[in-house]
Design a protein. Structure first.
Length: 306
């Protein structure tokens, strides 16, 4: 459910199979004195899992016992696709075991239903949202390259492993492209490292803007980038990589404050799952081998076979 037109309040999700409890939470949230929220509800495990996994919420209030099922298991499942929404466990059971279990699985807080009131819930949500924002920033820092804002090598490796599992199960290929900026040392030597950094950002952002939404681009190290293209065989990946290479060739890195327009080219090596390697560990070395073939053949070119 989307917010009514003109309603800019952030949304809370309440997952509880007790109608009276849902009404109670709705009335308490409506009486908040500082930050107004609108409330969305789910009354079953499956509905709650779907909404928490794929919806956008400021925070979630989750019943510990839901449809005679474990609310913590719902949280565990939802975290696979949505690690960011702060979740507050609501329960009738005041035990240390529940509190510890909720904390270990990543709940932001733990509240007793008997203690719910406007002041307690508003304060708890306020702190949970702040904690969620902080953790989201920390996760982004751990997954992103500091210079370009692209994914880093560690996250790309994790995505590659996930994609390999899918491609092995469904026998549908994915491709990896490794691109290296040509003669980058010359750029650094001639213009200095700050300009070299701008060239790296220019190339990375051009790649990111040319890929599909399902594709991923990472700064793989130094002046090298990796592109992960799910559901993409050799022909489609070759077309996509060649398009990016040729686009970059005619798109110099312009630095107006220094009056510079620096031509930039890349060499690219391409590898395809299930064809060029029999394990995820072999796929990037296969792409790297072809990258060096492209370099040795004169740079500013793509090698997708051989």
């Amino acid at each position: 459910m989307s917010a009514p037109a003109g309603d800019t309040r952030p949304t809370l999700l309440c997952i509880d199979d007790d109608r009276v409890q849902r009404l109670t939470v709705g009335h308490i949230v409506a009486s908040f004195r500082h930050q107004p929220y609108r409330c969305e509800f789910a009354s079953t495990y499956d509905e709650g899992l779907r909404k928490l996994s794929f919806g956008t919420y400021a925070a979630c209030l989750l019943d510990y016992q839901l449809d005679q099922q474990d609310g913590l298991e719902l949280l565990r499942e939802a975290r696979r696709t949505n690690p960011d929404t702060p979740v507050i466990i609501i329960t009738s059971s005041d035990t240390e075991e529940v509190d510890m279990a909720a904390s270990e699985i990543g709940a932001a807080d733990f509240l007793l239903k008997s203690e719910l009131n406007t002041r307690v819930l508003e304060r708890t949500i306020r702190y949970a949202v702040k904690l969620g924002d902080t953790l989201k920033q920390l996760r982004a820092m751990a997954l992103r390259d500091e210079l370009t804002g692209l994914l880093n090598r560690r996250e790309l490796q994790a995505l590659l492993l996930d994609e390999w599992v899918r491609t092995s199960r469904f026998l549908r290929p994915f491709s990896i492209g490794l691109a290296d900026i040509d003669s980058f040392k010359r750029i650094n030597d001639e213009y200095g490292h700050p300009v070299g950094d701008k060239v790296i950002c220019h190339v990375g952002h051009l790649f990111a803007s040319r890929l599909r939404r399902v594709d991923r681009v990472a700064r793989f190290g130094g002046e090298e980038f990796a592109m992960l293209m799910p559901e993409t065989g050799r022909r489609e990946a070759t077309i996509a990589m060649e398009r990016m290479r040729s686009t970059l060739e005619i798109t110099p890195c312009v630095i107006p404050e220094l009056g510079l327009s620096i031509p930039v080219t890349v060499s690219i090596g391409l590898a395809v799952s299930l064809e060029d390697a029999d394990s995820p560990d072999g796929l990037i070395p296969a792409a790297d081998k072809r990258l060096y073939i492209a370099k040795n053949a004169g740079r500013n070119r793509l090698c997708s076979e051989g």
